[in-house]
Design a binder for this molecule. Sequence first.
Ligand SMILES: Cc1cn([C@@H]2O[C@H](COP(=O)(O)OP(=O)(O)OP(=O)(O)O)[C@@H](O)[C@H]2O)c(=O)[nH]c1=O
Length: 629
Amino acid sequence: MVLCPVIRKLVSKRVVLASASPRRQEILSSAGLRFEVVPSRFKETLDKASFSVPYEYAMETAKQKALEVANRMNVKDFRPPDVVIGADTIVTVDGLILEKPTDKQDAYNMLSRLNGKVHSVFTGVTIVHCSSKGNQLETEVFKFYEETKVKFSDLSEELLWEYIHSGEPMDKAGGYGIQALGGMLVEYVHGDFLNVVGFPLNHFCKKLVELYYPPPKDAIHHVKHDSIPSVETFEVLSDEELGSSTQRNSNVKLQGDNAFSSGAPGSLGKKEIHQDTMGEPVVKCSGDMESLTKFPSTLVELLDGFKASKAMFVACKLKVFDLLKGKAHLKAKDVADHISASVCGTERLLDSCTALQLLKKTNQGYSNTGLAEKYLVSDSEYSLHGYIMHANDHVWPLFTHLESAVKEGTNQNHRAFGKNVQDLFQDSYYHSMETKLRFMNAMHSIMKLTARDVATAFDLSRFRSACDLGGCTGTLAQVLIQEYPNLKVTVFDLPDVIENVSGFQPTGQDTSRITFTSGDFFKDNIPEADLYILSRVLHDWPDDKIDALLSKISDLCTPGSGLLLNEMVLDDKNRNRSAWLQSLNMLVQTEGKERSSYEYRCLLEQHGFRNVKIVQTGSLLDTILCTKC
Ligand SMILES: Cc1cn([C@@H]2O[C@H](COP(=O)(O)OP(=O)(O)OP(=O)(O)O)[C@@H](O)[C@H]2O)c(=O)[nH]c1=O
C-alpha cells in the first residue's frame, strides 16, 4: 500500500517502458505501474573504454535506449509519451563488463569467470520526461544506478555446461538468470535482488519520490527522501490528484482514482487514508454511492465505444475522408451531394467525426485532420481503410452475435452470414472475389503498419532465406528485404491469394529477392528456408491443425533454423487491451485463439524449438523468435 502514492504519480501519464526484457515488464507491472512496452532499437555498442566506471556505461546505455524510443514515438498527430523508462543491466568482474552472451561458448567464458567469485551487477536506469512543442521533442533526463554484489559457488564444468544447454543464459547479462535455474549457482546476494533480475524497483520508487514529491519550500520536512513517502506526503498531492476540493477535509484526506485500477483520472469512489496499528498508511474505499456514480468516465467511454467505431467505419465506407483529401474545406451539403446521402444525416456524421478528432470544422466547412489524412484516406501509404472495411463488413456482423459465441464457445459465421464454415478461408474470407480482395486489403493494410516493427524486433541478419507462410501480399517480405540485404524471401500462400497479389506490389522498388509461390501449407510441400515466418496464422486454427503445421515446419528445419511468429501476445496483467479484444474476435470468427507468452513458449518447445524470445513491439503485432535445436 505504501507504494501506491508513488506509483500513482504516473497513473494519468502515458508511460512507456523502452525495454524488451520480460523481467523488467514483470517487475514494473507487479508494482502496479501501467505502461506500454516499446523495445528500444538502440544497439548496445558504446565504447566501454571511454567510461571511467562501469555504471556510467550502464546509465548511458539506458539513457540512449530511452531517448531512442522517445524520439521514435514523437510522431506528428500522435500523443507522445509523457515518461519513457530505459534500463541496462551489466555484470562486472575482474575489471570486465559482461553483457548478454553471443553464443554458448561466450556464455561458458562468462560463467567460468564468475565461478567461485564475487561480482557486481549494475543496472543503470533512465527516466525521460517528454513534451512536444510544435512537433519538437523536449526531454528532461533523470539517471541513476544500483549495484548488487553476487557470489557464485564453486561450480563444476559439467554443471556449467548443463546450465548453458538449458538455454537460460542467452538473453541475460553475465549469462545467468538469478530468478530461475541460475539461482542454484548463487551462494549469496548483497543488495537489491530485483536489481540483479533487471530492474531496481526500490531505488526507482525512491527516485519517483525525489521527482514528484519535492519537499515543500519553507515547510517542515515530512518526507525522508531516501525512503518511500510516509502518509504525510499526501499533503503535497495537488487538488487534481485528490479529486475535487470539496471532497477534502483537514482530518481525512481523500483520493481520486485508484493507482491500480484502469480508467481515466476522476473520482471513481473515494478512499480514506489513515495509519494502521503498525503506523503504515492504509487506503480504504468508502462505500459512498454518490461519489461512485459521479464520473464513471471509463464506463461512459465503453458505452459509446461501438458508436464511435461505427461512425468511423461509415465515414470510411462512404469515402468521406477520400473526398476531403487534400481539400481545404467542404460544407455538409457538398459532402452529402458527393456521397449521395441526406444532408441532415451527413451533417451529423461529420459532426461526430469532428468530435472524434477525425475531422476539423470551421466556418468554411469540414476538412480532414492529419490523422485521417494519413490513415483513413484509402490510397494513403499507411491507409487503414482496408482493415476498417473488413472490420465493418465482416467483424461487425460477427460481433453482434458475441453473446451466442460466449454461450456456445464457437464462432458465429452461421448466424452472421447464414452458412456453416468448414474451411475458414475458402468458405468465409475467400468465398467471392469481393470478400477475397477485402480480406487481402485488410491484411495488407495492417501489415504495412506493423511490418517494420516486426522485421526489426530481432536481428535476423544470420538468415539467408525466409519463407513467409500465409504471407499474403508480401508486405512483410518487402520490408524484410529492405532491412536485410542478404535475405531472399518466398511468400507462400493459397493460389486464390497469389493470383491476386500483383495489384498490391509497390512501384519502383526492387522485388527481385521476393518469390511468390502458391500452395496450401497444410496439404502441399513447403519451400525450404532457414527462417520460417507465420504472421497472424496460428491464431486462426484449432490446436490439431496448429500441431500438424508446426510439426511439418519443425521437420523441415535443420538445427539453427529459425521460426518467427507474429501474433498478439496476451499478457497476464490484462494490460494489452487490443490483444484481449482480439481474443474475443478469434472466438466469434474462427476456431483459433490468441495465446500468452507462456503458451507460445510451451507450444514451440513441444515442437523442438528452443531459445524462445518474445518482443512486445508496442504496435498491433508482437513477435516471437525461436531456434530449432
Ligand atoms: C544478471 C541477470 C540478468 N537478467 C536479464 O539480463 C538482461 C540484461 O540485458 P539488457 O541489455 O539490460 O536488457 P535486454 O534484455 O536486452 O532488454 P532491453 O532493455 O530491451 O535492452 C535483462 O533482460 C535482465 O532481465 C536476468 O534476467 N537475470 C539475471 O540474473
